[in-house]
Design a protein around this ligand. Structure first.
Ligand code: 13P
Ligand code: SF4
Length: 351
């Protein structure tokens, strides 16, 4: 399965180790932590700001979002929430493409991020300088890109998708006889091809977190917990997906933990999601899929280093200083809005 995969050589980039990022995060003793949280809450009010967090950021930030009328969700839903919320400022705790997506959809609002250094290996693997000429080689193909891309790449695409709707959108395009160029996640691309039977030209990027799950150790873990259901994010390699009971986006994984009768789940995605999973299904047990075993690098150990760059310390700083605002060039933003809006329209009309 799969067309010739003719991607240019992927750029190299530095991948920080999660443990190292965490070691740089200031430690607050309990009293100091409460004082910082109180100060953030006060600043959110003063700034007319709302905190929108991804499931993969630190538990403290997720809790703060909940306690202050903010939101925790997947990348698409975060942007939708920010768009319809009345606050003048959106503070996006996540990675850069999430702040950009918020700005694409809501240009009239100030969008701040605790750090602008939080990247994503999928985004980094697909720079516009290489992606645009690559697309130009296939003028008869519809360009579909994952949400984990820069605003520039979205602007070059015909459609943006998130993991939750990628399969449906590709089926729909295929039914109209469209040929598809997919970027940047090779595993999600392969998964889409497997489920839909649609062959695509595929970029060869990957998520460094999901890439680390190890098939053999997962097999052993599954045998040790025969009643556990395995929930897998489709950014994972094909041999991990092949073992899954449910493959889905972060939100779909949480919903599956609620809906399935199993009491125990093995979860192959960023383990920061456990905060919400435990809330959604309090009497169930969640076990992180293993990243150890033969060939293991365990640089992220199931927690994204870029997500880990978001903390109470830099959240308070941006609120106080207004630093780290997201700006997008307007013509490019409007193009990125078209492909993003097509995804929202598709989701509204077909799901
Ligand atoms: P979703 O939250 O859309 O499933 O994406 C996961 C992800 O890659 C965030 O980094
Ligand atoms: Fe990107 Fe993977 Fe981190 Fe998500 S978990 S932001 S896909 S590197």
């Amino acid at each position: 399965m799969g067309k010739h995969i003719i991607t240019p050589t992927l750029p190299t980039f530095t991948i920080p180790a999660t443990a190292q990022i965490e070691s740089l995060t200031p430690y607050y003793p309990p009293e100091k932590k409460q004082a910082v949280i109180a100060e953030i809450k006060q600043e959110l009010k003063v700034q007319d700001a709302v905190l929108v967090a991804h499931y993969y950021v630190d538990e403290d930030l997720q809790q703060l979002a909940e306690e202050t009328g903010g939101y925790i969700s997947d990348s698409l839903d975060m942007a939708k929430f920010g768009h319809q919320h009345k606050a003048k400022t959106l503070v996006v705790a996540g990675v850069r493409f999430m702040g950009e997506t918020a700005k694409i959809l809501t240009p009239e609002k100030r969008v701040l991020m605790p750090t602008l250094e939080a990247e994503c290996s999928l985004d980094l693997s697909c720079p516009i300088e290489e992606f645009a000429p690559f697309c130009d080689q296939y003028p008869d193909h519809t360009v579909v890109v994952y949400a984990n891309t820069s605003a520039e790449v979205k602007a070059r695409a015909d459609y943006v998708v998130t993991s939750g709707i990628a399969v449906d959108l590709v089926k729909w395009l295929n039914a109209q006889g469209k040929k598809i160029l997919w970027a940047p996640d090779k595993h999600l691309g392969h998964y889409i091809e497997t489920v839909t039977g649609v062959e695509m030209i595929r970029w060869q990027g990957s998520c460094i977190v999901h890439d680390e799950f190890k098939n053999q150790s997962l097999n052993e873990l599954s045998h040790a917990h025969p009643d556990a259901a395995l929930l897998v994010h489709p950014e994972s390699p094909a041999d991990i997906i092949a073992m899954a009971d449910v493959v889905g986006s972060t939100t779909q994984i949480i919903n599956a933990a609620k809906a399935l009768p199993n009491k125990t789940f093995i979860v192959a995605t960023d383990k920061a999601i456990f905060y919400k999973m435990k809330q959604a299904a309090p009497n169930k047990t969640f076990i992180a899929a293993p990243t150890h075993g033969e060939g293991a690098t365990c640089s992220s150990c199931a927690h994204c280093p870029w997500m880990a760059m978001n903390g109470l310390h830099n959240l308070l700083t941006v609120l106080k200083t207004g630093e780290n605002e997201v700006f997008l060039e307007e013509t490019m933003r409007q193009k990125a809005l078209q492909s993003t809006q097509r995804m929202l329209d598709f989701a509204r009309d077909h799901l």
